[in-house]
Design a protein around this ligand. Structure first.
Ligand code: MEV
Length: 456
């Protein structure tokens, strides 16, 4: 059969027909792949329809582990935090960071502000002084025309907070912005903000083309686009931990608390100085943040984009976390802008997201901001703690050992032996393969092939 890589009308196919076309045109063993992908369909058709509804052209579901990190004490309340993450050691690290601080006062968290931002970008060659002179009138029209869209949000205590006119013509000829800020309460608010902005753009065009203050040659306004900004520096949460240095305890190889605190402080400083380190450092923070964002069906791309933009706000990409040592007190904190929802979006549609929210005690958006930032800080603390003491490979490779054993199809007995054997040895794929081969007394895994089916 001739394999085809392009097609028209694919989106109109039934799911089964889509899958059939995919397996027949892209795979060597279509029947097997078809069976494999269908084996991940949900056993309840109704539930599967819900998942399919989240996206387009769905042919199966993609599984990720759903874990929990207990013992998070945030503002005196204890949480068990749900995390969706495929990387070994992340949940273990978050749990260990949480446990460490549980006995030292826990995490202190506060939401500094919750403003979201949206922009109407437009091109106009009129007299900006005239536009400014009637801006109050324009603002009133913008708000009035959007009233139907904002009614519900206003009832919940949110809505449009402010609208500004920004003159950007020094950067680009004829370029202006309406920059608006919003309060979206417990919803992330992307749809709300985008709908309001599209209403703004219609009102702006109408206003400029009909207002008598503008001459004919000034009536030509081109709205380039209307869209929320995922950079929300004023939707900010601060989470910190602190304790006297002496209470930090002792660390492997006889490292005392003062040495630990100093090395930790330097590690954070390095992530403020060097963008190469900052990227890895912040990646570690987002290991924790993204995992909870995913578990609660929030928008992890938005959260990442915002966090990384904030990390570069001073003109250089830097650590999102900070550390001070003052008068014998070790303090470690994060300022994180993060836009989240606990209502709307997928939060109430995804069955596991619903579980996550219930597990967290059905927090509102502000509480979830604190929980997620605390998870990021715990994750960062655990990573830096490992890095400045034992190094991360010790813990990481122990967890990775299980993945390698899985990949090699190790039996439960082989797994047990391997964990014992590698307790004081360096784990590598090669070393584990050789160990399993030796156990089996053959060279069946020479090419990394899966020769034994794992029987658990
Ligand atoms: C690995 O996923 C994350 C770390 O590299 C973070 C860090 O280096 O701070 C351990």
């Amino acid at each position: 059969m001739n394999k085809r890589k392009s097609i028209t009308g694919f989106s109109k196919f039934s799911k089964r027909k889509k899958l059939r076309w995919i397996v027949e045109n892209f795979f060597k063993d279509p029947e097997n792949v078809m069976r494999e992908l269908m084996s991940f369909w949900h056993s309840s058709e109704e539930q599967q329809r819900v998942f399919d509804g989240f996206s387009e052209n769905t042919i199966s579901n993609y599984y990720l582990p759903y874990g929990v990190a207990p013992n998070f004490v945030i503002n005196g309340k204890t949480y068990c935090i749900p995390m969706v993450i495929e990387e070994s050691s992340v949940v273990a690290a978050a749990s260990s960071g949480a446990k460490f601080w549980m006995n030292r006062g826990g995490f202190k968290a506060e939401v500094v502000d919750t403003q979201k931002i949206g922009q109407v970008h437009f091109s106009w060659s009129g007299n900006v002084k005239k536009l400014r002179s009637v801006f109050d009138e324009l603002r009133a029209a913008l708000e009035k025309d959007a009233e139907d869209i904002t009614a519900n949000m206003r009832k919940r205590g949110g809505g449009i907070l402010d609208i500004e006119l920004l003159d950007m013509t020094d950067k680009e000829k004829d370029y202006y912005q309406l920059k608006a800020s919003f309060e979206t309460c417990d919803s992330m608010g992307a749809n709300f903000i985008n709908s309001v902005l599209e209403s703004f753009s219609a009102t702006l065009r109408q206003f400029i083309t009909t207002h008598p203050i503008f001459d004919d040659h000034e009536k030509d306004v081109i709205v380039i686009m209307s869209i929320l900004s995922n950079y929300t520096p004023d939707c900010l949460v601060r989470v910190s931990v602190e304790c006297p240095i002496k209470d930090l305890g002792t660390f492997p190889d006889g490292m005392d608390s003062t040495m630990f605190a100093n090395k930790f402080y330097k590690a954070i400083k390095i992530a403020h100085i060097d963008p190469y380190r900052a990227a890895t450092h912040n990646k570690g923070i987002f290991n924790g943040i993204d995992a909870v964002v995913l578990a609660t069906a929030n928008d992890f791309r938005a959260v990442e984009a915002c966090g990384h933009t904030y990390a570069a706000k001073d003109g250089q990409y830097k650590s999102l976390s900070h550390c001070t040592i003052d008068n014998g007190v070790f303090k470690f904190w994060i300022d994180l802008p993060i836009a989240l929802g606990t209502v709307g979006g997928l939060t109430n549609l995804h069955p596991i997201a619903k579980c996550s929210l219930e597990l967290l005690g059905n927090p509102n958006a502000k509480e979830l901001m604190m929980i997620i930032a605390a998870t990021g800080l715990a994750q960062n603390f655990a990573a830096i703690k490992s890095l400045v003491t034992t190094g991360i490979q010790q813990g990481h490779m122990k967890m990775h050992l299980l993945n390698i054993l899985n990949h090699l199809g190790a039996t439960q007995a082989e797994e047990k032996e391997a964990v014992k054997y590698f307790d004081d040895k360096v784990v590598s794929f090669q070393a584990v393969r050789e160990f399993i081969e030796k156990q089996r007394g053959d060279h069946s895994l020479k090419n990394g092939a899966l020769v034994y089916k794992k029987t658990k």
